[in-house]
Design a protein around this ligand. Structure first.
Ligand SMILES: Cc1cc2nc3c(=O)[nH]c(=O)nc-3n(C[C@H](O)[C@H](O)[C@H](O)COP(=O)(O)O)c2cc1C
Length: 174
């Protein structure tokens, strides 16, 4: 069986949830290890046939640790079957929800020497009740400006789980 490593960079847990779903979709054909970017040092990347990285956006940025990890491992990553996905709420918009139109995919590719073989973007979550005052205020403002939902009593999940399934199938056939 092929071995896959799925690495997630997640602040509030949604990218982790998507990564878990991908790993569930892959287990029939792959031996899958799922790990947070913060713990990935415990893994030897050479042990895997496939490496998948998923990362979320906060205030326009990925975590800097993501770029550090990719920079340090671009050689080994490129030798493997590999894929990258981004999670952000801009991707809820039809015109910004694919790899050629989502600004955070361009941002990732611009800042790394890695050219992932499969790339996708998934819309994430706005979970107002879980945010502290400042974040709640800022996200609500951004949502207001971009014509998104503004009721701070609610959690809004924009993820298209069918799309996550399709992405998993591509990984399956890689
Ligand atoms: C404080 C904060 C800032 C965010 N900034 C952005 C942003 O600049 N652009 C965007 O598209 N999404 C933004 N998001 C949405 C997140 O990308 C989305 O909630 C995602 O599901 C988070 O994934 P995670 O739980 O794995 O961190 C932000 C969310 C929070 C809580």
């Amino acid at each position: 069986m092929k071995k896959s490593l799925i690495i997630y960079s997640s602040v509030d847990g949604h990218t982790e949830k998507i990564s878990k779903k991908i790993s569930e979709n892959l287990v029939h054909s792959h031996e899958v290890d799922l790990i947070s970017l913060d713990e990935v040092k415990s893994k030897n990347l050479n042990d895997f046939d496939q490496i998948v990285i998923g990362a979320s956006i906060r205030y326009g940025n990925y975590r800097k640790e993501l770029f550090k990890f990719v920079d340090e491992n671009v050689g080994v990553l490129s030798l493997k079957e590999n894929a990258f996905f981004s999670v952000n709420v801009v991707a809820r918009k039809e015109e910004k929800n694919n790899k050629d139109t989502n600004p955070y995919i361009s941002k990732f590719l611009k800042n790394t020497k890695w050219s992932p073989k499969i790339i996708d973007v998934f819309a994430g979550v706005v979970d107002y009740p879980s945010y502290k005052y400042f974040d709640k205020f800022m996200i609500r403002l951004i949502m207001f400006i971009t014509k998104g939902p503004t009721n701070t009593k609610n959690r809004y999940e924009f993820t298209d789980w069918n799309r996550v399934k399709k992405f998993s199938s591509l990984l399956d056939n890689q």
